[in-house]
Design a protein around this ligand. Structure first.
Ligand code: FES
Ligand SMILES: [Fe+2]
Length: 367
């Protein structure tokens, strides 16, 4: 039985999701199949599959979906995302990045071409209707954006519906010049439900109280929220004299001193663009009360690192973690059930909760 949640469409009247959503292990599993399996998930960079004949195994959303996938670029240069599970008895096919002319299962030697078609299988001479469609490797929807791969097992909507607003608003940004800086990569573990981490990200209401240093460089009087269908933007303007983008005339934000574009894509991805570059955060649920957040950074202008809204990310992260861990403990209270939204600062949280209700009401993948 699927849990049903409802959040009033009118933010001025609505109540937040009940604490049961965050505490119930059955709801956590339902969310995995109904939300995470139907949205676009980050698979990492494409550096090791840039040449024809390259294979790179990827785990989709490690710790939660754990779907074994395989990026394969065929001899003609076409890149596909395939299942990395052998269609015979389920062995994992490719264990590490490599170059090959075919994919060969190490268990009973079934072979596939780099497009996923089964080409050879010993011992099956007498099998009827073999090979059939189910003997080829399933192909998974995949798109490249900002040099990164994103895939979805059963997309509720096309990639564009989730990411289109970002590309359109930042069309001027030289995405090809972003350089990964591994020294800035971090993985944080937080003792809280993944949605609490996301909600905290989606509102600026807490900034003056929780992040005094960040509050010094952002102009909270001019902090804007833009809600899309499956994504939202928090546009933070710089205080006078603090680091801001130099926006070209073609930008819809030209003439404003933008300190940061905080984009969130439903359900668990954040793309934070600062004048120095991009900080990507992927929220990875591990258990109902345990979450890992992967931070990855790409630098555009190294000279601007260390200034403005994108300067003290580790400090801000610690302050946020402390808050969401405290909320996690509070939600276990018998005396708390749900709260209300700030109509001026929490409509992003409301939008997120409405999407969760929408997805939880849909059938899961494979049912
Ligand atoms: S599991 Fe792959 S050939 Fe048997
Ligand atoms: Fe925060």
């Amino acid at each position: 039985m699927a849990a049903a949640f409802a959040v009033d469409p009118d933010v001025t009247r609505a109540r937040t999701l009940p604490s049961a959503f965050y505490l119930d292990p059955a709801i956590h599993l339902q969310t995995r199949e109904r939300v995470f399996a139907r949205t676009w998930q980050w698979l990492g960079g494409l550096g090791d599959v840039d040449r024809p004949g390259s294979l790179s195994p990827r785990e989709m959303l490690p710790g939660h979906l754990d779907e074994p996938l395989l990026l394969a670029r065929d001899a003609a240069g076409e890149l596909r995302c395939l299942s990395n599970v052998c269609t015979h008895r389920g062995n994992i096919l490719v264990r590490g990045p490599c170059r090959a002319e075919q994919i060969r299962c190490s268990y009973h030697s079934r072979r596939f071409d780099l497009g996923g078609r089964m080409t050879f299988m010993p011992g099956f001479e007498q099998a009827e209707d073999f090979p059939g469609a189910s003997d080829h490797l399933p192909r998974v929807a995949m798109t490249e954006f900002a040099g990164q791969a994103f895939a979805s097992l059963a997309p509720a909507a096309p990639f564009e519906a989730f990411f289109g607003d970002i590309g359109a608003r930042l069309a001027w940004l030289p995405f090809d010049s972003l350089r990964h800086d591994p020294a800035r990569d971090r993985d944080f573990e937080v003792a809280a439900h993944w949605a609490l981490y996301v909600e905290n990200y989606l509102e600026g209401l807490h900034i003056p109280f929780l992040h005094p240093a960040l509050n010094q460089v952002l102009d909270m009087e001019r902090y804007h929220y833009h809600l899309g269908r499956y994504a939202s933007l928090q546009l933070a303007l710089a205080r006078d004299g603090d680091a801001a983008f130099e926006l070209p005339a073609g930008s819809p934000d030209h003439g404003q001193r933008v300190a940061a574009y905080y984009w969130w894509v439903f359900p668990n991805l954040m793309l934070n663009f600062y004048p120095w570059g991009l900080s990507l955060n992927v929220v990875q649920p591990l258990a109902p009360d345990r979450t890992r957040v992967a931070f990855r950074a790409w630098v555009l202008d190294a000279g601007r690192l260390g200034s403005g809204a994108g300067a003290e990310l580790d400090q801000v992260e610690r302050e946020d973690e402390e808050a969401v861990e405290s909320v996690q403990r509070g939600l276990r209270s018998r005396l708390y059930r749900s709260g209300r939204y700030s109509p001026s600062h929490e409509h992003g949280v409301h939008h997120f909760h409405r999407l969760l209700c929408e997805f939880l009401a849909e059938p899961a993948v494979g049912t």
